[in-house]
Design a protein around this ligand. Structure first.
Ligand code: BDP
Length: 717
């Protein structure tokens, strides 16, 4: 009886583990057994005889992926044929490799898809029809294969339909803020996945899974190290380590970039200066760059943070950003490398509104940067706040290559305890109208190069990846990595369609799951903005770790305090950036100024970003500003509770381990949302001197208590 009990316990555990338990490691690439019999037959048939035109490491990567998929889908490995036109069913190769069997029109159509583009569909060869995936380069075949795999996972495959796709952005890049000691700046998913100490000898299998995941969503570049850079990464020892990673990523079409510390000539080169016009400095960078290319022949280039937040830069030597960037660009250009220079620059010694500083610096330099320089601009002018209007630089420079920097890691959006799907925020920014350089310009069209003819286009995202088994800390944070890749590939994609695809690939095809998880995802961003920074509030988070609320944070440099941004006083709240205030609004096109300069006209989501408004200011729904602030905070908390209810209703349909993980985190999120609401409302009430609307849940606790909370060991600092 005792034995039997244990046996059945062991058996039930085994069943649970084998058929259910899912720790999230496989991301959106968890290939499940195909249940649809018709599809299964079709897929088995294709996988029974696959022919690759040609041989190369990328095709080996594709074979590996097909094997992983096939084993799980149909319980059998695929067969790769050595010969063409025997009994092969499924053909893969490049346009050139296929040239004998494609018509000239077909070839021209595929060619037009560009380097990373691909086509799939039936191809007729000597009277027989074969399903084929054709790219212009092997990497296009890889992207096509991942797309094909997704159609199987989502049950949408038909071997008769043709499909083609190509990215709208050339460089789709992850920026890791990973330090050489494996801590991750603003990382909330454990430590850095780069095990520098054991590299280059030890290749963690995780590196391959990382490359697979990125390639599956079209990411083709990665900067390995923190923008607050350590010059050691440029020493020969570390180059060998970076080379080992580059070798792993190459078959997956991913190029490696490194961050370059501007003062490296002094730190590792023994020079007394890092002046970009000094001949020894120029020589140092040239030799360093040549050395890197001797290890990594397809090295992408450098990413540089200079003269910002204490990082060294050309200003120390009386030189400007263009002089600094161009010197490095010259070192890279013989090798075809790129220099990505960040526009995130501001200084507390500058009295001017921080919002204006980057634009003030870079606009006068427009046209002065070399062709292989890209200016990487954060989505907004302050710093990845929960909601920011688009950065004015997207409209104000048009003779220089520009790229986008989004933040995937949720530094200001609940870190790894809050479920916040960021695609709606990115979509909002990409669709924002800049009206410059042309009246129809949007941030997205500028990035795509449509406005200026820019060829080397870039969308970068600060990674949220770490050593946690599920990679991103919160299972739902995987959706942000996924959505980032999708939007970098196609900035015109919608957050809703991406949410649906991610849900199907991650959880299930079940309609109820798709629609309920979709509801959670799509409401989650606005929810977080509501309980953190509604109506254009910004920069009111905890000091340094940026965890939780801190609208009271004062002391130290003014531009790192909260009152600098919210400007609450007995009369009202908000930062006047109109012509009567700091004037930052005037950095935008006249059409934007016109839409935003009147507090009654501006979209209310940006109200307090640009206007200092009286507490009794009447909003479009008739509420006073004070009431509306209170309603937004309250609404945020209520929406989290609704997300919890929706999630709970899915219990029977979600893997138990995943269900429980998300349930626990949602409970933390509810507490944190209440904390934000209580702390912010109690604090702002000390200025507004008005009661809370009676129909909201009254903020609990006392302000002094919230102010006293300390988090000395909060992650990511
Ligand atoms: C801020 C982060 C800081 C980064 C900085 C940057 O708090 O850790 O170093 O951005 O982007 O948001 O350089």
């Amino acid at each position: 009886m005792f034995k039997a009990y244990f046996l059945s316990l062991a058996l039930s555990l085994f069943i649970t583990l084998s058929s259910f338990a899912n720790d999230g490691y496989k991301l959106w690439m968890d290939y499940q057994k195909i249940e649809n019999l018709e599809l299964k037959t079709e897929v088995s048939d294709l996988l029974s005889n696959i022919y690759f035109f040609g041989k190369n490491p990328t095709y080996e990567a594709i074979k590996n992926e097909l094997k992983l998929a096939s084993d799980s889908w149909i319980g059998r490995s695929p067969k790769f044929s050595q010969e063409r036109l025997t009994s092969a069913k499924f053909y893969l190769g490049t346009r050139e490799e296929f040239s004998q069997v494609l018509s000239l029109t077909q070839q021209a159509e595929i060619k037009a898809l560009g380097e990373d583009g691909y086509w799939m569909g039936p191809v007729e060869i000597e009277g027989k029809t074969y399903f084929s995936i054709i790219g212009n380069k092997p990497v296009g075949v890889l992207y096509g294969t991942y797309k094909w795999i997704k159609t199987i996972q989502t049950n949408t495959f038909s071997k008769d339909t043709e499909f083609s796709d190509s990215p709208k952005i050339k460089l789709r890049m992850l920026n890791h803020w990973d330090n050489l000691d494996r801590t991750v700046e603003r990382g909330y998913a454990g430590f850095s996945i780069w095990d520098w100490h054991r590299l280059p000898g030890y290749i963690d299998p995780r590196y391959i899974d990382y490359a697979r995941a990125n390639a599956s969503i079209g990411i083709n570049a990665v900067s390995l190290t923190n923008v607050n850079a350590n010059a050691l990464i440029l020493t020969t020892d570390f180059m060998k380590k970076a080379k080992a990673l580059a070798d792993v990523f190459r078959p997956y079409g991913i190029k490696v970039f490194l961050t370059a510390r501007f003062s490296a000539p002094m730190q590792i080169g023994g020079l007394e200066t890092a002046d970009p016009l000094n001949s020894e400095v120029i020589d140092f960078w040239k030799k360093k760059t040549d050395e890197i290319y001797s290890f990594i022949p397809d090295f992408g280039g450098f990413l540089v943070k200079a003269n910002s937040e204490g990082q060294p830069g050309p200003h120390e030597y009386g030189r400007n950003h263009a002089e600094g960037a161009n010197m490095l660009a010259d070192a890279l250009s013989p090798h075809g490398g790129l220099l990505i220079w960040r526009a995130f620059v501001y200084s507390h010694e500058d009295e001017v509104d921080r919002h204006m500083q980057a634009n003030n610096e870079f606009e006068p330099l427009d046209g002065k940067f070399k062709d292989n320089v890209i200016i990487q601009i954060k989505n907004g002018a302050i710093d990845f706040q929960p909601r920011e209007p688009f950065h004015p630089l997207f409209g104000s420079i048009n003779k220089t290559n520009v790229g986008m920097e989004f933040q995937i890691t949720q530094e200001y959006l609940g870190q790894a305890t809050n479920l916040v799907y960021l695609a709606p925020m990115w979509e909002e920014v990409l669709k924002s109208k800049t009206y410059k350089p042309s009246p129809a310009s949007t941030v997205g069209s500028v990035l795509e190069g449509k406005e200026t003819g820019q060829k080397t286009t870039l969308i970068a995202g600060v990674s949220n990846i770490g050593t946690d088994r599920n990679w991103t800390g919160h299972l739902f944070a995987q959706s942000n990595w996924f959505a980032f890749g999708k939007l970098a590939w196609n900035p015109e994609a919608t957050s809703a369609e991406i949410a649906e695809e991610w849900t199907k690939l991650t959880f299930s095809q079940n309609q109820e799951v798709v629609s309920k998880v979709g509801e959670i995802l799509l409401v989650s961003y606005e929810t977080a903005v509501n309980y953190m920074t509604p109506l254009g509030l910004h920069h009111i988070m905890g000091r340094s770790h940026h965890y939780g609320p801190g609208p009271w944070v004062v002391g130290g440099r003014a531009d790192w305090t909260a009152p600098y941004y919210h400007q609450a006083d007995s009369l009202g709240i908000g930062f006047d950036r109109t012509i009567d205030g700091s004037g930052a609004l005037n950095q935008y096109a006249p059409e934007v100024v016109k839409n935003w300069e009147d507090p009654h006209q501006i979209p209310e989501k940006y109200l307090l970003w640009f206007h200092h408004v009286p507490w009794d200011f009447e909003l479009s729904n008739g509420n006073t500003l004070w009431e509306e602030i209170a309603y937004h905070y309250d609404q945020g908390v209520k929406e989290v509770r609704q997300m919890q209810k929706t999630w709970d209703s899915l219990e029977s349909q979600i893997d138990p381990e995943e269900f429980d993980h998300v349930k626990q985190l949602l409970a933390i999120q509810e507490e944190e949302a209440e904390w934000w609401r209580n702390a912010c409302l109690l604090y702002f009430q000390t200025f507004s001197n008005r009661p809370f609307p009676s129909d909201i849940e009254q903020p609990e606790g006392n302000l002094e208590y919230y102010k006293s909370l300390m988090f000395p060991n909060a992650p990511g600092i």
